[in-house]
Structure formats: C-alpha cells, structure tokens
Design a protein around this ligand. Structure first.
Ligand code: NDP
Ligand code: 2IT
Length: 451
C-alpha cells in the first residue's frame, strides 16, 4: 500500500464518525500520489501524516437567552487546521447541520484554497449548530455575543482571522466583531467581511460569486468560448449565488435557476434586472423563502427539491452549472442528468458540492470541471486584501480590489493548469488545484521543522 493510501486508511479508522472529513481527505490525497514519488523528503518528514491532522480543534458551549427568556445551548467550534504559510483564516458557519466532521473538512480544504490565492493565510473553519432562521435580530445578536465570549481568546489579526460562510453574513460579522472589539479593547481587524464603515473592503460581499464567474470565464476561454448566450443553472440564493448571478448577467449569460432549503425556482426567461433586486431584497432584508419568487413572477417553484433534482426530473437543458449552496448537493444520478442535458462546464461556488461519484462522471465525460478550492477562492482572497488594507490603514477603491480579484482568479486558473500539466494530466483542475495548493504548504512545513 502506498504511503498516501495508508494515511487515508488511518484517517478513516481513527475518525470513523467523520464522513465529510474522510471524503475531503481522500479526494485531496489521492491526487497527491505523484508528489510523494517526486519528493521523498516530504515522505521522510511525514508531511502527509501531519497535514491531515488539525493543529487544534476547539469545541465550546454557547449558552444564550432567547426572546422568551429561555436559556438555549448551542455547540461552537473553531478548527485551526494549519498555519504553515500564514495566520489561520477561514469562515464561520451557523447552520443546524454543523458537526466536527463538517468543520474539519472545511478547515482542511481551506488550507489548500488559501495557499492557491498566493496570499499568506493558513487554513481554519468554525461555526455553530445554531439556526438563524426565524430568530429575531436581538436573538442573533445575543447568540453572536455568546459565541464571541469564547471565540475571542483564540483569534486575532496575526493569529486567526474568521469571516462569513453559510448563515454568517454582514449582520453576524458586525455583531461578532463589535463584541470582540469590546472585550479586547482593540480595533485590530481580526475578522473580515466587515462593513465598509468599520474596516471592511469594497468588493468583499461580491468576491466569491464574482471570482467564481471570472474563473469560469478563464475555463471557457480555453475552448474559445465565453458566457454570451449561455444558459446557467445556479443553486443556492445566498451570498455566493446572488453575486455569481449578477456577474453572469453582466457577461451576457442567462441564469435560469435558484434554490434554498424550501425549494427551487426555474425561470427560463432569465433571472435578471428587477428580478435580481427582488431576490436580494427577499433573502438579505426580509430573509424570506425563494418560493415567494413564484408568487411575484409567473414561474414554477418545485417545493422541497434541489436545482439538480429538478433539472434531472424535468429534463431542463443547461450549458453551465454553478452549485453555490452546500456540500454534496450534486450526486451521481444528478451529474449524469446534467451531462445528458447538455451541461459542459461545472464550477463549484460552494465547498465540495459534488459527491466523488459526480466528480468522476464530469471528468470522464470531458466536462470542464473546477473544484471549489480553486473556483470559490475569490472570497477568501478578497478577505486577504481586506487584511492588507487594515494593516496599512487605507481603503482601496472598488476598481482596484476588483482588478486584483480578477488577476488572482486568472493566476489560480493558470497555476492549476500548469500543475496538472507538470504531472502529466492535461487540464485536470482537480489534480492541479490540489497539487499546487499542497506544494506551498508542504514546503513551508518542511522548512519549519517538526512542529
Ligand atoms: P448563505 O448562507 O448566504 O447562503 C446559502 C444558501 O444555500 C441559502 O440559499 C441556503 O438556503 C442554501 N443552503 C444552505 N444549506 C442548505 C442545505 N443543507 N440544503 C438546502 N439549501 C441549503 O451562504 P453562502 O452563499 O456564503 O455559502 C454558500 C456556499 O459557498 C457554502 O458551501 C460556503 O461554504 C461556500 N463559500 C462561501 C464563501 C463566502 O465568502 N461566503 C466563500 C467560499 C465558499 P436557506 O436560505 O434556506 O438556508
Ligand atoms: O469557504 C470560504 O472560503 C469562506 N467561507 C470565506 C473565508 C474567508 O475567510 O473569507
């Protein structure tokens, strides 16, 4: 058995109850076989064994009082995975499905993603099994404050810099940063995704979605294509989905789907102009359900179905698929159906939205496929730019941040192609992203000794 296979087997044995973490470890390590052959020094220093163990995983109680005066208890997490190349960096997720397995998978992925951005950021993830749905603003604030009462001692601008993810947006970052600042008595920028008035960066809200679409534009260009006239399926209706939709529209594509946990809407005419504004107001201000779109416009809403189920069941033709909701949303049968319905490009706005079976199908059928750690890296890259602006105590104009984001996505695209080429695989973005992300972290770990 190869050293890599041994590490995969050991991880599965040691953490038998962490399926998402195993999935991520297997997906990354299997593509790293050639690096072990080429770099015996990595094998000797046990880099592969070390890289799958988080530096530390912090679990904590989050007690808070709801609007009825009742005490509630949630579970909080911060997994500081690897700081070989820079301070820990990664989002916070508030969703009832949050477990240690999900935090570890996300922290592991983040390590390689952050490396790809070329900025000095290590990998981390955190969050809580708190469900913000149906909670008042005051309840969300009290929860964020209770969460920060423990989190604050583990973070800092040169230690660990959290940001948003599912269920954590501008409102939550404001409450968390506000309370952090109060406790440590310093305005040091220890979170990103902050509001513009208190240290945030222009373009950070848009960055993951815009970056995803910039990345796809690069992929399409390798086949002499662009977005013009392309039919695009997007899942989710949150931060990443909304700004991916906005940028696809700007580049001349037609977005025909969105979803949330209540169901999927299909609008063959395209979700653009006032319809986009409606979605943003619905999800960001009123915090309503996507089915309200079907009350407002003459389209169908498929209750309780994912975008990918609807495409399979209704035989809807699409050119490009951008999954932007959550992990494992596209399974094997849905991947088959996408390809059958004409889809030739899939890029992951979410983290690990395609199951291993789905990825295999896309790659076997010659679909242009970009994994999340490359395609959605624009969000954390722009968080890195927010950290830089905080350090130099200046704010860059919108065009400057957007320009840097675009350049970073272009670089990541090229680095993925180059890395897969170097190891003899043409245009394999999965292998390219994993190897390119890994090499920098591995070299840094080797240089820093056994720590
Ligand atoms: P948001 O909370 O803003 O939006 C998430 C959207 O996906 C919502 O519409 C939500 O529906 C839907 N969704 C989430 N979980 C589920 C589920 N289990 N079943 C069905 N629908 C679900 O999150 P983001 O847009 O920030 O994040 C989306 C994805 O992108 C995540 O995988 C995240 O890790 C990834 N990502 C985010 C980045 C960022 O900068 N924000 C950066 C890189 C990746 P509902 O409204 O009903 O909850
Ligand atoms: O998955 C991700 O890259 C994020 N949620 C963004 C993390 C960040 O620190 O901006």
């Amino acid at each position: 058995m190869s050293i890599i296979q041994e590490v995969i087997t050991k991880t599965q044995r040691q953490d038998a109850d962490q399926p998402e973490f195993h999935q991520a470890v297997k997906e990354v390590l299997e593509t790293l076989e050639p690096t072990a052959e080429k770099h015996p020094e990595f094998v000797r220093a046990k880099i592969y064994e070390r890289i799958v163990e988080p530096d530390r995983a912090i679990l904590f109680r989050v007690p808070w009082v709801d609007d009825r005066g009742e005490v509630q208890v949630n579970r909080g997490f911060r997994v500081q995975f690897n700081n070989a190349i820079g301070p820990y960096k990664g989002g916070l997720r508030f969703h009832p499905s949050v477990t240690l397995s999900i935090m570890k998978f996300l922290g592991f992925e983040q390590t390689f993603k952050n490396s790809l951005t070329t900025l000095p950021m290590g990998g981390a993830k955190g969050g809580a099994d708190f469900d913000p749905k149906g909670k008042s603003d005051e309840e969300v604030m009290r929860f964020c404050q209770a969460f920060t009462r423990e989190l604050f001692r583990h973070i800092g601008p040169d230690t660990d810099v959290p940001a948003g993810d599912i269920g954590v947006g501008g409102r939550e970052i404001g409450y968390i940063y506000g309370y952090y600042k109060k406790i440590v008595n310093q305005h040091d920028g220890a979170l990103t995704g902050k509001g513009l008035d208190y240290g945030g960066s222009l373009i950070r809200p848009e960055a993951t979605g815009y970056g995803l679409v910039y990345f796809v534009a690069e992929m399409l260009a390798t086949r002499g294509l662009d977005f013009s006239g392309k039919v695009v399926a997007i899942s989710g209706a949150g931060n990443v989905a909304q700004y991916a939709m906005e940028k696809v529209n700007q580049l001349g594509g037609r977005v025909i789907t969105l979803c949330d946990s209540s169901g999927t809407i299909v609008d063959e005419k395209g979700i653009c102009d006032d319809k986009c504004e409606f979605v943003m107001e619905l999800k960001n201000v009123r915090r309503g359900r996507i089915k309200e779109y079907a009350d407002q416009y003459p389209v169908l809403c498929y209750i309780g179905k994912s975008v990918w189920d609807v495409i399979r069941e209704q035989g809807i033709r699409v050119d490009i698929a951008l999954p932007c909701a959550t992990q494992n949303e596209i399974d094997g049968p849905n991947a088959e159906a996408l390809v059958k319905n004409g889809c030739f490009c899939v890029a992951e706005g979410a983290n690990m939205p395609s199951t291993p079976e789905a990825v295999q199908i896309f790659q076997d059928r010659g679909v242009l496929f970009a994994p999340g750690k490359a395609a959605n890296a624009g969000g954390v890259a722009t968080s890195g730019l927010e950290m830089t602006q905080n350090s130099i105590k200046l704010s860059w104009p919108r065009e400057e941040v957007d320009q840097r984001l675009r350049q970073i996505m272009k670089n990541i695209h090229q680095v993925c192609l180059d890395a897969s080429q170097t190891y003899g695989h043409k245009a394999d973005y999965v292998m390219g992203a994993n190897i390119a992300g890994f090499m920098k972290v591995a070299r840094a770990m080797l240089a820093c000794g056994v720590v």
